[in-house]
Design a protein around this ligand. Sequence first.
Ligand code: GLN
Length: 486
Amino acid sequence: MPAHLPTATDLARAVQSGDTTPQTLLEEARARIEAARDLNAVVSLNVGADETAAQVAGRVAAGETLPLAGVPLVLKDNLNARGTPTTCGSRILANYVSPYDATVVERLTAAGAVIVGKANMDEFAMGSSTETSACGPTLNPWDRSRVPGGSSGGSAAAVAAGLVPVSLGSDTGGSVRQPAALTGVYGLKPTYGRVSRYGLVAYASSLDQIGPFARSAADLALVMNVIAGHDPRDATSLDAPPAFRTGTPDELRGLRVGVIRESLEGNTAGVEAALDGMLAALRGAGAEVREVSLPHLRHAIATYYLIAMPEASSNLARYDGMVYGERVPAGDVTGSMTATRERGFGDEVKRRILIGTYALSSGYYDAYYSRAMRVRRLIADDFARAFGDFDLLVSPTSPFPAFRLGEKTQDSLSMYAADVDTVAVNLAGLPALSVPAGFETVDGVRLPVGVQFIAPALADERLTALAGALEAMGAVRVEVAPGYAD
Ligand code: GLN
């Protein structure tokens, strides 16, 4: 029997009704994290968690109703939470401790959540496998010889292995959705501007969004209702109050779902089967499912990397050992900055800073960055056109299930190609959800497969409504990875 651990919704209710306490939930979460140390999903524990748990208990006892009362969760290690190390998986920030809370952390804490610790990630969120972390790779709980995806692989593995019911990651080109797919959980990337980026360490600012991982549609809606909404401290924050809920199967009748034709090539048999199964379930519930072409998507990977790398090269200029993190002294200021960056950054981060700087440099700007910005517009226009005819679009989240540790580390281009189904969504600023859609058996091991649904800008709520409907129909069934269920 597949195991079902309690969801965040269950836990908050149990705390609220006095059946358990935030302190007990915190202890249990720590014990599960300890027992699953082999996964390397959680890289540091929050020393302030006991105090927060006690405060939440006091607030509940005083009669407050808190949507996330006592719910333990982990944050990707690029989210600032006061008093926690925020390393971004990098040596250069190894000794950095956050002096403040990100807006999402403030909101989670106000809602009664308890941050247990920080989750592993690719260095500065650059990667699709969590293998570029200075803390070492995170393992996939379904098969520990495989990657959990990335860059938010620690946050995904923590939810997939039942260490916590929900977690947060960040998604610049797929870093929430792809690891969600590869570990068999939900992962939502909201509309750009829907969730404040204040306190998220920037990778590529025009693409970054924070998003949740969860094992139920209700939990996704619960967390989004807490973290979304306008924030004056993020200049790109939108004023769109969250109204997330789960839907029912009858809402699928007449829903127009467009299957992205460009995503149908190059998938494994298991990914094809999972997508077909999902489309059959939608048709069975009365949805109108048809193919639609978005011709500029074939340029999405090149466009994404020509925008993400220049933005990263600018954002990462601040890590020179003068203000943040570790400083390597070496004679004069320039020597010290050079030595700090040489020692502090890993190879993939250096590669991206070099390519990004080159693409922005005088004489190349028009050929690369500026042209990429124009293609970005064409991609956004393709989506806008498709949403004239469809309520939602669908594609695989990843063309293949979890790959082996080390399989793509020597070949950057094959690692970049893992993002083929996800990056266009960030370029267009749209919301998208990866849902667990089945399994593909590879070498005798069941590996999760995800399907991605994309909604028009600001229609994020459609995605949790859809997830609720799919769960009610049995078209989505989330399982905890075997061996981690009890
Ligand atoms: N894999 C993509 C990259 O390396 C996406 C990463 C992300 O979304 N943070 O840029």
